[in-house]
Design a protein around this ligand. Structure first.
Ligand code: DGL
Length: 274
């Protein structure tokens, strides 16, 4: 049974522009869904902030998406915010509308692949230090050999446009050579920015290991939940909107690299009166 609010948009948020890789996958899989994206560029990066501060930001953004923009569901398109604030948001908005994080669908995919024995994670410092991936993976599959490495230079490097070049090759190789990431069967790209350097990582490993990121897996999860909850839209009425809490021409340029040429960022300062 379709619910009345199935025509409402899907809210997606990230610390900044990186979550556009998730929005892109959602828009390809679910073209009839109207998207409202919010990138908290005024507070980016989240990757080295405390859990408490990220919770505070995430609550404000989710209030904006649910109450002001009347979104029928929210996707936290940021590993760092998913690690720091998912449970908090789920409890704060309990039962109102579905909230999807980017970590659980990846965990699900990794544990159901019987060829994966040793899995690594690369992510921001806050994601790694939260222990969320480790806890969720090992709780579901204690036999996994899990290893992790914080790779804080990667997100800013990509934001600055360094990918598919000698600088990105050097930085990526430097990290992937680290001891914790040896002899892997699979690597989790635990930051929504890393999708942009997925091919370079694949090349480094000579395509020998499996890579997991938060694009198609998360879009599939959203599709499943919207259908299950009677919230899937079969005909969109409005265009997508991409809001940022701070606007510069460099954000606009980076957004094109993550989403394609047609994207237009709109400034929306939800922090103005707080
Ligand atoms: N996009 C964020 C993530 O997936 C990382 C960027 C940041 O540090 O804000 O973790």
């Amino acid at each position: 049974m379709k619910k009345e609010n199935s025509k409402q948009p899907v809210g997606i948020f990230d610390s900044g522009i990186g979550g556009l890789t998730v929005a892109n996958a959602i828009s390809k899989l679910l073209p009839e869904e109207e998207l409202i994206y919010f990138g908290d560029t005024a507070h980016m990066p989240y990757g080295d902030k405390s859990k408490d501060l990220i919770k505070h930001y995430a609550l404000k953004i989710s209030d904006f998406l649910l109450n002001e923009k009347k979104c029928k569901a929210i996707v936290i398109a940021c590993n760092t915010a998913s690690a720091a604030a998912y449970e908090y948001l789920r409890d704060a908005h309990k039962g109102i509308r579905p909230i999807i994080n980017v970590i659980d669908p990846i965990v699900e995919a990794v544990i159901s692949d019987e060829h994966i024995h040793r899995v690594g994670l690369i992510a921001t410092k806050t994601t790694v230090h939260s222990g969320t991936y480790k806890e969720k993976l090992l709780r579901r599959k204690a036999s996994l050999d899990y290893t992790e490495l914080a790779t804080p230079l990667l997100a800013p490097m990509i934001e600055e446009g360094f990918y598919n070049d000698s600088i990105s090759h050097t930085v990526i190789e430097r990290y992937l050579k680290e001891e914790p990431l040896q002899n892997l069967d699979a690597l989790i790209l635990g930051c929504t920015h890393y999708v942009i350097i997925r091919d370079e990582i694949n090349q480094y490993y000579d395509q020998r290991i499996k890579l997991f990121d938060s694009t198609d897996i998360v879009a599939e999860k959203l599709k499943y939940i919207l259908e299950k909850e009677g919230l899937a839209n079969d005909k969109r009425q409005n265009a997508d909107h991409f809001y940022v809490s701070d606007f510069t021409s460099s954000f606009q340029k980076t957004a094109r690299m993550f989403y394609g040429d047609k994207i237009i960022l709109e400034k929306c300062d939800i922090w103005q009166n707080s």
